[in-house]
Design a protein around this ligand. Structure first.
Ligand SMILES: [Zn+2]
Length: 376
């Protein structure tokens, strides 16, 4: 009897193992040629799985843009000197494929310069863009063009922004470009001599459909949605950036790379403001939907949606006494006012989306994107 049971157990275990190997782990990556022309790289700052789960739950599980992605990965976020990263080190990892110490931007712990995939794309003739709700000199956008030992070196970052050649940049940070000087002139004038149109609100931006443009919509941070930012700003700015970049790239074999950041999911996380996290994640989600719609109608476009780290240790509990957004008795609790070290998700959509999957390091993601773009 014992032998029979053992025998059955072995057969059952073997079947289970076979089943598991078929279903779990990184799926077999498809081989053969696959090339990406346009990359829409979207980063929800501070957006862990809990923040995405909260949005899905509060939407009553109606399908979100995130649900459209059939290809998922998870990334490790630790920095070179800390298990819990900041946005500068994580941005550097996601932009260049290299770990650095917290606080450093586009530069290694020993001061070595790390070129971002956006800078490499620029050199090879791609159009480039940045769309954020913080100032353009902030850590996440800065990681794509700046190289400084400290993310707080806003004057240097502003100068490097002007020299970056980025074609479309939308966000805050007007003050640093007005006050910063180069050769006795405000940096904002230097932009104009480099053939940029500089616009100061979305109406003005809507009159632009091609060329180089910088939209400066706030002195420093744009307001959060809770404090009055248009809840469709990121979505509308994303659509406009995609229109301008694709018009600029028309007729060229090279397309564009744009980084779009849901910047203030993080700040609302630091404030432990559940309602604010939801509002910012929803704005980001609408932008993700717009990017996916663009990919549907523009073959060769890859959308990569991820986060730099999770913020606030958000947990979704059944607790009627806590702050409740929904009528369902769901509570939102916070483990910290800082960042956490949990894995964050990657959602892939569009061209070659099935080439990236599994559990990987945050530094692997830009390497995979660069390979799909055939960057040298
Ligand atoms: Zn943060």
């Amino acid at each position: 009897m014992k032998k029979i049971v053992l025998g059955l157990l072995v057969v059952w275990m073997a079947a289970l193992t076979a089943d598991l190997s078929a279903k779990s782990g990184p799926g077999p990556k498809k081989s053969g040629k696959c090339a990406v022309k346009n990359v829409i790289y979207m980063i929800g700052d501070g957006m862990g799985l809990s923040q995405v789960s909260m949005m899905m739950l509060e939407n009553g599980y109606r399908p979100t843009a995130f649900d459209r992605s059939g290809n998922i990965a998870l990334i490790k976020t630790y920095s070179a000197n800390n298990r819990v990263t900041d946005s500068a080190a994580a941005g550097t990892a996601l932009a260049s494929g290299n770990k650095t110490d917290n606080g450093m931007l586009g530069m290694g712990p020993d001061g070595q310069v790390f070129k971002s995939i956006m800078e490499r794309a620029k050199e090879e003739g791609y159009q480039t863009g940045l769309v954020v709700t913080v100032y353009l000199q902030h850590a996440t956008p800065g990681a794509f063009f700046a190289h400084v030992p400290s993310r707080g070196d806003l004057d240097v970052i502003s100068e490097q922004f002007v020299e970056s050649g980025v074609d479309v940049a939308l966000g805050g940070g007007k003050k640093f470009l007005q006050e910063g000087q180069k050769d006795g002139k405000p940096l904002i004038d230097a932009l104009k001599t480099k053939d940029y149109r500089v616009v100061y609100d979305m109406n003005e931006l809507n009159g632009v459909d091609r060329g180089k443009v910088v939209g400066l919509f706030a002195d420093e941070y744009m307001p959060t949605v809770m404090k009055g930012r248009d809840e469709n700003y990121l979505c509308n700015a994303t659509k406009k950036a995609l229109e301008i970049l694709s018009n600029n790239a028309a007729g060229s074999k090279k397309g564009f790379m744009v980084m779009i950041e849901g910047s203030q999911i993080d700040s609302e996380g630091h404030a432990n403001n559940a309602e604010g996290i939801l509002a910012e994640t929803r704005d980001f989600e609408r932008a993700v939907g717009a990017a996916m719609d663009f990919a549907d109608t523009h073959p060769g476009t890859l959308v990569v949606v991820t986060a730099d780290h999770e913020t606030s240790g958000l947990s979704i509990t059944s607790n009627k006494t806590d702050f409740t957004l929904s009528e369902s008795g769901i509570g939102y609790q916070f483990g910290t006012t800082g960042h956490t070290g949990t894995l964050v998700p990657v959602y892939l959509y569009g061209a070659c989306a099935d080439r990236i999957n599994g559990i990987m390091d945050n530094t692997d993601l830009p390497k995979e994107i660069a390979a799909l773009m055939r960057l040298k």
